[in-house]
Design a protein around this ligand. Structure first.
Ligand code: C2E
Ligand code: MG
Ligand code: MG
Ligand code: MG
Length: 283
């Protein structure tokens, strides 16, 4: 149809491309409605310290679509970024995470837990982002000292000075910063030196084959050593096995996150599972 209605010279019509476009438009339409339909939930993945004790969690968004089922963030976050919908979605995430922090703050056994929240580049770069975070903190009453924002290298690219200034404004509220997926973007030691970061997260792609890939071993050791010398806390993500944990532990990584300890689950399940810290067998 498109073929006939197009003026001559514009005869290209690819049903596969067309179908993909339509699917994307439909997903976007559903995504727009998802907030008001309350289809988003947060799940929580424990972060453990050197003894395997729970020190905090990362909040990860899930979209429970009435027909599609659970849509993974890998599928809809890129579209949300492209369409700008990441801004209201990101605000929702921050608010829900802060409400969770308040719940934890009210209980002796959970009040020490920190909560890390992913912030996409577009969200961070909104002119009113600092005001938004500040409002959410005061409206929820969440302890800012327990809130950590995870940025990626894409936030920093080409906007180093702006990013630094904004990070300082946010840190003045009491929160802290982690650099997510560290080593996968255009990591520059120049910006690493200047950004007011508190933590770097070793990307899971370096952890996966840690047992048998000497290159990954070298990269992981280098990131940890650099973190130590720059005074940054280092957390490894994608810790799936005891061997991963042991290697990272032997090399003085500070904290760990991954399926070996806990999958992302509801807040109550996360806390329940954290009551029994994993032990590293002595050998
Ligand atoms: P991320 O922030 O790097 O999150 C870590 C991802 O690794 C999560 O995937 C988590 O479920 C997964 N993971 C955790 N432990 C393991 C493990 O041991 N092995 C493996 N293979 N994977 C593990 P998830 O939840 O699908 O999220 C994917 C990405 O989507 C996140 O990567 C983050 O970039 C983005 N994302 C998730 N929630 C949000 C959000 O609320 N806001 C924004 N802007 N992005 C989000
Ligand atoms: Mg993250
Ligand atoms: Mg990551
Ligand atoms: Mg990732």
């Amino acid at each position: 149809l498109a073929k006939q209605s197009r003026p001559s010279g514009m005869r290209f019509y690819d049903p596969a491309v067309q179908a993909e476009l339509e699917a994307k438009t439909e997903l976007e339409h559903d995504l727009r409605l998802a907030i008001e339909r309350q289809e988003f939930v947060l799940v929580y993945q424990t972060q453990v310290g050197s003894e395997g004790q729970a020190i905090g969690a990362e909040a990860l968004i899930r979209w429970r679509h009435p027909c599609r089922g659970s849509v993974s963030p890998g599928e809809f976050i890129p579209l949300a970024e492209e369409t700008g919908l990441i801004v209201p979605i990101g605000d929702w995430v921050l608010e829900a995470a802060c409400q969770q922090l308040v719940v934890w703050a009210n209980d002796e056994s959970t009040r020490h837990l920190t909560l890390a929240v992913n912030v996409s580049a577009k969200q961070f770069q909104q002119p009113d982002f600092v005001v938004t975070v500040s409002n959410i903190l005061s409206q929820t009453g969440a302890p800012a000292q327990r809130l950590k924002l995870e940025l990626t290298e894409s936030t920093v690219i080409g906007k180093v000075d702006d990013t630094i200034a904004r990070m300082h404004q946010l840190k003045a509220l009491g929160l802290s910063f982690a650099m997510d997926d560290f080593g996968t973007g255009y990591s520059s030691l120049q910006y690493l030196k200047r950004l007011p970061l508190d933590q770097i997260k070793i990307d899971q792609s370096f952890v996966r084959d840690l047992h048998h890939d000497p290159d990954d071993m070298a990269i992981v050791q280098t990131i940890i050593a650099m973190g130590h010398s720059l005074g940054l806390n280092v957390i490894a993500e994608g810790v799936e096995t005891l061997a991963h944990w042991r290697y990272l532990h032997d090399h003085q990584c500070h904290a760990y996150q991954g399926y070996y300890f806990c999958k992302p689950v509801s807040a109550s399940d996360m806390v329940r599972q954290s009551l029994v810290p994993p032990r590293m067998p002595i050998c």
